[in-house]
Write a protein that binds this ligand. Structure first.
Ligand code: SF4
Length: 325
């Protein structure tokens, strides 16, 4: 039986004003997230991939209400997030792990204070209880309680990310947005952090939105994968299906760039190089946003924006050529 949805996002938009007229009225918007809809089931990991600037981090930050949505609906456990009180409640159930563990940790606070801060803010533990909880959290992420008195600069990059994870876990969240949690780490450390996230998911029943541009790592950790291009989801499918049978021309190009660990197969790998200018995600551009780089574009692509359509078994693609051939 399929698990219930923990998160449902309907037609979410996040526009930033980039120009105003003489009276301060907006005249141009950057459409960082443009009419995005998807869901995540309890206990699953949805990978979110795309090039830098495609809006994937903005999408994560809008879901957790670090950015106010311009329009659209976010349901968490079936409940709409509308009031400030609901947003505060949401902050304990939904947490975020950031890309740069050094920049996201206060250099003047010890690891123990950093992890204990959300416990204090949410009135979850004080005094001795808080100290014990901090020690448990350090242990949970593979550190030890003696490290609670050290400052961020005394830890390696991987250890700092473990502190960031412990801080996120302090309030017992059920859903975590992992915003490129391994991008700033050495390759040798990346697998350790991914293994830690997988272990924590199994032990604590967590659900993840895993944002990354390392497609090989996303394949490894994700149950389903969504591909984003200029503020829109262009393809979403089960991880194995998407990597085996990518449908959207952009997804095919992205996946063709992944090296294959078998030298014989790798020698025959055909890389698809994207050419053409990337459109700016400004205002309303008619047609498909990928058309300036798409070798398969047809006249309809300049006129009409393709809808994200289910082509069977939850494999959804936004391309005029898919499902109509
Ligand atoms: Fe290419 Fe047209 Fe499909 Fe867009 S809709 S990906 S331009 S073929």
């Amino acid at each position: 039986m399929e698990k219930p949805c923990i998160l449902q996002v309907h037609n979410l938009k996040k526009y930033f004003i980039v120009n105003t007229d003489f009276f301060g009225r907006p005249t141009a918007y950057l459409k960082a997230v443009d009419d995005v809809s998807f869901f995540i089931r309890q206990g699953e990991t949805l990978g979110l991939v795309g090039e830098s600037g495609c809006g994937k981090s903005t999408l994560g930050r809008t879901i957790i209400h670090l950015y106010k949505p311009t329009d659209g609906e976010i349901l968490f456990n079936g409940q709409k997030i509308k009031t400030q009180q609901q947003q505060q409640l949401l902050r304990s159930s939904m947490q975020m792990i950031f890309q740069d563990p050094y920049a996201s940790l206060n250099p003047r606070m010890t690891a123990g204070d950093i992890i204990g801060e959300p416990l204090a803010i949410h009135n979850l533990a004080s005094g001795r209880d808080r100290t014990e909880k901090i020690a448990q959290l350090l242990h949970l992420v593979g550190l030890n309680h003696e490290q609670a008195n050290r400052f961020p600069h005394e830890f390696s990059g991987g250890q700092r990310q473990r502190i960031g994870i412990a801080r996120a876990l302090a309030v017992n969240p059920s859903f975590i947005i992992c915003d490129e949690p391994i991008s700033a780490l050495d390759v040798s450390i990346q697998a350790q952090i991914v293994n830690l996230l997988e272990r924590l998911q199994a032990e604590l029943g967590l659900t993840y939105l895993f944002i990354a541009h390392d497609l090989a790592m996303v394949k490894h950790i994700s149950d389903r994968v969504a591909v984003m291009y200029l503020g829109k989801i262009v393809e979403i499918a089960d991880s194995a299906e998407l990597y085996r049978e990518p449908q959207h021309p952009y997804t095919r190009a992205l996946l063709s760039a992944i090296p294959i660990p078998d030298p014989a197969v790798e020698a025959n790998r055909k890389r698809i190089f994207l050419t053409g200018d990337i459109q700016q995600p400004l205002d309303s551009l008619a047609g498909c946003k990928f058309r300036s780089r798409c070798k398969e574009a047809v006249p309809l692509c300049a006129e009409q924006q393709p809808e994200l359509i289910d082509n069977g078994a939850g494999h959804m693609t936004a391309c005029h050529l898919i499902g109509k051939q």
